[in-house]
Design a protein around this ligand. Sequence first.
Ligand SMILES: *[C@@H]1O[C@H](CO)[C@@H](O)[C@H](O)[C@H]1NC(C)=O
Ligand SMILES: *[C@@H]1O[C@H](CO)[C@@H](O)[C@H](O)[C@H]1NC(C)=O
Ligand SMILES: *[C@@H]1O[C@H](CO)[C@@H](O)[C@H](O)[C@H]1NC(C)=O
Length: 335
Amino acid sequence: MKCLGICVALSVIALSAAAILDFHPLSDERIAQINQKAKTWKAGKNFDIEDWAKVKRMVSGVLPDARLKNKLPVSAPHDVTEDVPDTFDAREQWPNCISVQTVWDQSDCGSCWAIAATAAMSDRICIQSNQTKQVFVSVEDLNTCCSDCGFGCDGGYPLEAWYYWQNTGIVTGGLYQGNQGCKDYTLAPCEHHVDYTTRPQCSALNYTTPACTKACSASGLNYEESLTFGQEPINLAEELQIQLEIIKSGPVETSFDVMDDFPTYKSGVYEATSSNYIGGHAVKIAGWGVENGSKYWLIANSWNTDWGLDGYVKFVRGIDHCGIESNVVAALPKV
Ligand SMILES: *[C@@H]1O[C@H](CO)[C@@H](O)[C@H](O)[C@H]1NC(C)=O
Ligand SMILES: *[C@@H]1O[C@H](CO)[C@@H](O)[C@H](O)[C@H]1NC(C)=O
Ligand SMILES: *[C@@H]1O[C@H](CO)[C@@H](O)[C@H](O)[C@H]1NC(C)=O
């Protein structure tokens, strides 16, 4: 009987200790915990605690039922006896493709599903043309006009983006005020991070999805004539198939389950230290490598250049971590 009392007392102490250790995901205390736990990467302050609602919106651009599994059979189109290099970086492979060199800013909008798609589409048009065609496929058009794709700034379905490119077409258009085609992105880059820049604070915004207009905002351009199209999308799931696809045709889109330590990523090879799921996020895979023995995918995020490694993250490769390899989709451009 005495023991029961002691055990209860002990478990009360244990519970309160656990509660004390349960720091806010963006707090300095939590960052210190992550840095103790993470063996291959470094965490740091990227966002203020007050930005948590915004951060969650930024990582919720892929709807929970968007998983590719069972929606599109896995393809294995490449001859896997071919060798792939240990490291590959699309930015170095295709230095003349402006799109490949561009880092996006989704602003205060959950449009990552559309940005990762159109970034890969734009890259692929340039790559297919031997780096001569500098065409941006419009995030704005996809994010606002594709009704099958989901809810624009409130999240979407990456696979539907590629079907829309194939069946309806997406006009040209690039960065906010970029003068890169028919319809540039209308949401201004904002200050996601703690470092002071000249960008407005994201917290001052709170964008709803802009209306769809089937007309060019750039004068002198015709909507129909500005349409670009893709071929049938494919789903790749094996590491080597994904690598060969990137070497041959360019970057691909993928999405993954975001754990609450991801927003604090600064450098190294990311592997979650937490199992607290906070959303689904779409990104572009632009290459791969090995760092200190850890294999990684080189991934372009859409949180501007002052997040992570100049806007990129090295994400552990080969173990389908958080679904990174089971949600890959891409298509060739239609010429
Ligand atoms: C691609 O462009 C380079 C020059 O920029 C040229 O040397 C090469 O022959 C071209 N390749 C093809 C397949 O057209
Ligand atoms: C943004 O606006 C929506 C409604 O338009 C509201 O529900 C949400 O709380 C707002 N978010 C922030 C962080 O202000
Ligand atoms: C790689 O490991 C070495 C030795 O442990 C360490 O000093 C270095 O910071 C690591 N590099 C990265 C990028 O993590």
